[in-house]
Ligand binder design. Sequence first.
Ligand code: SF4
Ligand code: SF4
Length: 543
Amino acid sequence: MRTLFQFNGGVHPAEHKQESSTQDIACAPLPTQLIVPLQQHIGQRAKPLVQVGDSVLKGQMIGQADGATSCAVHAPTSGRVSAIGEAPVPHPSGLPDLCITITPDGAEQWVERTPLDYQSMSPTEVRKHLRDFGLAGLGGAVFPSHVKLNLGKLAKVPTLILNGAECEPWITCDDRLMRERTADIVAGAKIMQHLLNADEVLIGIEDNKPQAIAAMRAACADARFEVIAVPTLYPSGGAKQLTKILTGKEPPSGGRSSDIGVQIFNVATAYSVARAVLHGEPLISRIVTVTGNVDQPRNYEVLLGTPVKELVALASPRNDTQGYIMGGPMMGFTLPSDAVPVTKASNCLIASSPKLFPPPPPALPCIRCTQCAQACPVNLQPQDLYWFSRGREFGKAQEYNLFDCIECGCCDYVCPSHIPLVQYYRFAKGEIWAREREKQQADLARERHEFRLQRIEREKKERADKLAAKTQGSKAPSANAEADPKKAAIQAAIERAKLKRAGVMPQNVENLPVETLKEIKEIEARRAQLKQAMEKQPDTPNS
Ligand code: SF4
Ligand code: SF4
């Protein structure tokens, strides 16, 4: 029996799992159009590979990974590219992003799907395929999977954890996946274990999902993976929290789980790894929970790019629905509109209404009760972070480990003063990132300016040196000759040749310096002139 550990704090919000978990996964029909954002993962946006008017097949790569932390995107069905441009996407900023819109032809015609014999391939090759199959974490973080499966300089990551905790209220997509598609989850875990050279595979599932636990245990008996029921307590599905529960280990502040020999993936990511490697299917769909203020809450298998409006219509939203939350009520965000598409990060859509999610009462002053600190699963001091964020003391907020905050919302949930604490932390993080970006840009501009000044100075000096050399050369060739032994030897040979021609050959002429040779030559010239003059003189009487 494995010993389980406890993380600090945590809360017990109302679960609301029952509403959507009782029915099996339904397949959402083909929508009228598919809007595929090129940025559905953390890192660099994919580069478009198609143009408007192109015909595409289901599963065809339409956006190529661009850089080390990036992955591809694919056509979710066959059809024609009808637009490439900015379109609304599901992001808290509400800003649009570059998307490829496909009008389906209804044929659902696949590209050729080739399974990989991953055991005969190098890990690098398998990771490259996962990048090109568009694999990213489906638990909500959407970090490219091939990056997390890279051992780098390590020989192994001893512990692989599959996260099936699904601790957020309302969300049940992983629960249904573990009940219905167990074999492919286990197969995906084996592929990941192979790539990480992991000694053990632990699968953590909250104990409020007994059917999923039973199904996974039955499927894992042969693989000798350990399926562990963990106590239901939000946020036990946080990567650091589940690692702590199962292993007792905690990554250092600002560190990664691989620093302590652990790598963690969502169960849905393991499933999509198996679909990619064993079936040759890129990531073009995912399971989405549609719940909240709807008449028929359920989980659907949905093509990525499906407009939210068309998906939620399947669940019959009630008349007083006022918007949709993507993700859970604790960590999710309200969508800017229902025109946005489903992406790799869309695990849940909750229709909200004033009755279901009444607006919070007005915030009151902080009474320093420390309930937020007691609830914080990361051992932070939320009330201090609040004061620093509110007072724009961002340096102090960083000193108090603001960036360790996972924005779980436990502090908000327990605060008797109804202070929207997480909003303050997001604001502070955003400001710090913006300042960091500005600083980096200013540093870059300063470096460019300094480099330009150095270049101008260097070119000026080079020009001055060239001019000085030229002037010196024309004024004092002998000096130059003296400075250069080779030139001096040539000059001396020339002078000796002239003296030989003139019939003057003093002793040791070979060793005389150039200047002396020149003087000898001048003396001899003057002697010759004197001789000539004397020969022209008339005879004298006394001669
Ligand atoms: S729970 Fe709210 S009121 Fe209490 S210390 Fe924290 S921020 Fe202040
Ligand atoms: S939101 Fe941040 S500060 Fe608040 S409880 Fe969660 S981790 Fe702690």
